[in-house]
Structure formats: C-alpha cells, structure tokens
Design a protein around this ligand. Structure first.
Ligand code: ZN
Length: 417
C-alpha cells in the first residue's frame, strides 16, 4: 500500500528526537570557512547515509572540502529533483560570548538548538539529508529520480563545492528542479537573488610632506572623492521584465518585513558598499597610496558590463586610479510562480500555518548555480535573524517545520509524472 503524505509527515514527527539529535551532532562537527575544512562533518553525514544504505559517493577536488553526491531512481519514470545544502559555516573568531557552552555546543535550551551553522545552514542541510532518506524508503511508489548534494566551500563562493559539481558533473546535479534550505524565514520562499561584484581600487600619487600640499595630490583624498562618485552607481536605471516586476510589486511588504524597512527597494537597485579602505602612513604626510574594496550588488536586469561601463566613465577622469574585479556572480531568478513554489506555499500553510511570499534574496546562495543552468532553484528555510551571529540558533519548531515542508514538497514533486 502506498504511503500517503500525511502518513509520511507523521513519521517525521515520530522521528523528532532523532532529527534533533542529528542536527545537534552535525553542529558539533566544526566546519568554519575559512579555513573550510569539512572532513569531520562530511564523515558524520556519511555515517548516517551508510547506516541506512543510502546511495552516495564523495566528490573531492580538494581533499579537505569533499562534496557528498547521491542519487536513486524511483519506481516510475518522471523528473529529476535535486536537494542541495552546504556543510561549511561562517567562522566564529575567538568563539567568545556564546551561551550554552561555546559555538560548537549544539545545545538544546528554551526550545532552541544553538551553535554556529544552526540556521545557516545545518538546519536546511539536515532537511535535505532526511528528505533523501524518507523518499528512498518509499521510492517504489514515487516517480523520477532524486539527487542529494551536500557541498563544501560555499561561504566564500569557493571553487571546490557546488561550482565544481557544475563544472565536472553537470548532468548528475543539474536536474529539473533544485530545492535548498538556506535561511529564508518561514514567511518567504526565494526564487532569485542579487549578484555580488567585488572590486579593488588602487590610487597612486607622488606623496610628500603634509604641509607641502602643492607638490602632490593625496591618494586618500582622491579615493574619498572617487567613492562618493561610485556611490552614484546606485542611481543607475534598472530594466525589469513584466513577470518579475509584478512579483516584486506584490512582495513589497514581505521584503520590507524580512529585510528591514527599505529592503524591498534595494532588491531592485544597485547598491555600493566600500567595505575596506587602506591608505596613508602618517597624519602629516600626503598619502601616496590608497586602496579600497567595493562590494557592488546587482539586481536582476543589470549586467556586469553595465557596472563596468559606469565605473570606467568615472575612473577615466582619474589617471592615478586602477582597479580590478575580484569576484562576480550574476544576479539570477526563476519563475516566481513555478511548480515548486506552489508546493512550498501549500505545504508550509498546511504544516505550519505560514503563507510564504515569493521573494528575491539580497544575499547569495548556491541555488543561483541551478538558475544559471535554467533549472528552477527554490530556497525555503528557517529565520535568518541569528545567522552568523554569536548564539546563532534555530528553534525546534522552525527546524521541524522546514524538514516537514521539504519532505512534503519532494513527495508532491515526485508523485507527479
Ligand atoms: Zn548559507
């Protein structure tokens, strides 16, 4: 007899203790990036998969940053669903200030599970791993194929994780839809994201004695002026297609709520942040070198060429200035009303009473890689509020909600031909 979705969700509820225990143990495997060494956490996931005879293998272009990839075919023919989550987490500095026994405690207190990665994103990756296990247990009644990808090297947009899988094993991981559990808050489901472009600018002048202002221009003063002009890139017009415009208009309130007042506006505009400035040696000297790093975030509709064109027009007036692009990931989105979004909305409502609004995310996730390859990449996970902070945590309630929603969505997707 085929298992119903309700019966499957009852199984998840019955496994609550096991799920909490798994997430706690996962958090207790430190995997900060940098340095990005995920060996202990990878071994932990593999033990789970091995004990249940779940198909998987390691793809490790960098031996300390392995990726876990597993696939199985179901009873009927159908489409290919891919579950994706990352194993590495933000660093913790000296680890001071944490309650409940430090950043890797995995402590359960006041209905919350604490530790670095609890919300970004060991909660979501746990949802993927358990979804893989539950679907495997009923694979005969399902259709198509399911692939699990637990990757390393995500936090720094590194080359050894999901990017490597797309370069070398594209047919295995591309699939027809990707579901990812990065923090989104239960109130939003994400179908796209802005694109970061990181640049370094260098200003060089002759320099000199601070009282002899007439002999040389100041590299610091030029940098200050230049940053002011580069900030004006934020006013760049942004072309939007109708489909996206309508979805963004509808989600204004939800995005202001999720990202703070003003969030809905910056989803659709270029932002410019001078994250680092270094210049000068001494107060009474004219600085002869100043460098600064710029974090430009591109909304959908703006390309790297648009930004470079804008920058070149500004920089052309400053012969003392050179710059380079250090990193660029284009913005991405997929249809805001696609099939998986509908499943997330319906299941999140039925399971937790939430009505997630489809939105574009400000920060970056690996889901972008699927969108780059024309596969819808959908993100639904816990609240991002404590992400990267001291006492990062996920509530047990949200954790269970995310696991159940992922299981239900995979069930729906793989029950259809
Ligand atoms: Zn993340």
């Amino acid at each position: 007899m085929a298992v119903t979705k309700d019966e499957l969700l009852q199984r998840v509820e019955a496994d609550k203790g096991k799920l909490i225990e798994f997430l706690q143990g996962f958090i207790r495997c430190p995997s900060p990036n940098p340095p990005g060494d995920t060996q202990v956490a990878v071994a932990y996931i593999r033990k789970f998969l091995e004990e249940r005879n779940l198909p998987h293998r390691l793809v490790a272009p960098n031996p300390i940053m392995a990726n876990i990839v597993g696939s199985f075919a179901c009873g009927g023919s159908g489409r290919h669903l891919v579950l994706n989550g990352h194993i590495d987490v933000f660093p913790v500095g000296d680890g001071a200030g944490w309650s409940h026994g430090g950043p890797w405690s995995g402590a359960l207190a006041d209905g919350k599970i604490f530790g670095r990665g609890a919300c970004d994103m060991k909660c979501g990756t746990t949802a993927s791993i358990f979804t893989y296990a539950y679907m495997h247990s009923i694979r005969d009644q399902l259709r198509g194929k399911l692939t699990l990808t637990c990757v390393s090297d995500e936090e720094t947009f590194g080359p050894y994780g999901a990017r490597y899988l797309f370069e070398k094993h594209r047919d295995e991981v591309k699939g027809d839809t990707c579901l990812n559990g990065e923090p989104s808050s239960p109130y939003t489901v994400r179908y796209g994201e802005k694109g970061p472009m990181w640049l370094t600018f260098t200003v060089k002048t002759k320099g000199g004695h601070g009282a002899y202002n007439h002999v040389s221009k100041s590299a610091n003063a030029i940098a200050a002026e230049l940053i002011g002009k580069l900030k004006k890139l934020e006013k760049m017009p942004v072309p939007e297609n109708n489909n996206l415009m309508t979805a963004l208009d509808a989600a204004k309130k939800a995005m202001d709520k999720a990202y703070g007042a003003g969030g809905a506006k910056i989803v659709r505009t270029v932002t410019v942040n001078p994250g680092v400035i270094r210049g000068g040696m001494k107060v009474n000297m004219i600085s002869n070198e100043c460098s600064f790093e710029l974090d430009v975030r591109l909304p959908n509709g703006v390309t790297d060429k648009d930004i470079i064109k804008g920058i070149d027009a500004i920089v052309a007036k400053y012969p003392e200035v050179s710059y380079r692009v250090d990193n660029f990931n284009p913005p991405s989105y997929c249809p805001p009303d696609g099939e998986m979004i509908q499943y997330v909305k319906a299941n999140a409502k039925a399971i937790g009473g939430f009505d997630p609004m489809p939105v574009i995310s400000l920060g970056g996730t690996d889901a972008r890689l699927w969108r780059y390859h024309d596969t819808p990449g959908i993100v639904y996970g816990p609240s991002p509020k404590s992400m990267g902070q001291v006492d990062e945590h996920v509530t047990v309630k949200e954790f269970m909600h995310v696991v159940k929603t992922h299981v239900a969505c995979a069930f729906d997707y793989m029950s259809r031909g």
